[in-house]
Ligand binder design. Structure first.
Ligand code: 5GP
Length: 228
């Protein structure tokens, strides 16, 4: 690792939020603004590659045994099981970005985000991205041609659980509401400017509370009953 200091890259900008909040689009917009200074952290996954994806760009697609070997030899900064597949951020990926003097953007789940923060609190900025409201999120997922009812329910359940995790977390989260793309991207620029994580208390964030209230009331986001 090089000794790059603050302002010379090495920040970990972690984007968490429901599928349908616009995380991928926003991450790429932020990178396009300063491509030499920012990059996307490419995770490893055991999930099968989709036809729209490229190995080494979207993920490193690996077999379960290869993932387990890397994990057991301490090669991951964090990893999690999401929807039955393993996902993880390799230490190599984090070191590579830092050595290149770049800030890394992550699209990972809340468990991975908190693990990264706990290991590297000075370098990590936690961002939670939400669409304008719960009904908008439900509508976006239902209108996506690629989703079945089962996957919509699963994504909404995950969204509710991640919101519960956000509200229960004592880490410094920065919440952004993606009601219009460009203003949201502009607002998120602030994540690169702050020198240290700022204390924030999301429990007092009205919009988060409204989101969570709707999520808890929505039967589509309810936990599945245990098998009888
Ligand atoms: P997808 O399979 O749809 O690309 O991603 C499923 C979920 O896995 C998303 O919530 C995504 O944020 C999460 N994810 C992707 N890469 C990682 C990773 O490296 N670590 C963790 N903890 N979660 C990840």
């Amino acid at each position: 690792m090089t000794a790059a200091g603050a302002g010379e890259g090495g920040r970990l900008i972690v984007l968490v939020g429901p599928a349908g909040a616009g995380k991928t689009t926003i991450a790429h917009r932020l990178i396009d603004r300063k491509p030499a200074r920012r990059g996307f952290s490419v995770s490893h996954t055991t999930r099968p590659m989709r036809t729209t994806e490229t190995n080494g760009i979207d993920y490193w697609f690996v077999e379960r045994t290869a993932f387990e070997q890397l994990r057991d030899s301490g090669g991951f900064a964090e990893w999690a099981e999401v929807h039955g597949h393993f996902y993880g951020t390799s230490l190599h990926e984090i070191d590579r970005m830092r050595d290149e003097g770049r800030d890394a953007l992550f699209d990972i789940d809340i468990v991975g985000a908190l693990n990264l923060y706990r290991q590297l609190p000075d370098r990590t900025r936690l961002a939670f991205l939400l669409p304008p409201s719960w009904p908008v999120l439900v509508d976006r997922l239902l209108k996506r041609g690629t989703e079945t009812e089962t996957t919509v329910r699963r994504r909404l359940r995950t969204a509710r659980r991640e919101l519960e995790g956000l509200v229960a977390s004592s880490e410094p989260w920065h919440v952004f509401i993606n009601d219009a793309l460009e203003p949201t991207v502009e607002a998120m620029e602030s994540l690169f400017a702050i020198r240290a994580p700022l204390p924030t208390d999301v429990r007092h964030h009205e919009c988060v509370q409204a989101f969570l209230r709707d999520a808890r009331l929505d039967p589509l986001a309810a936990d599945e009953p245990p098998p009888t």
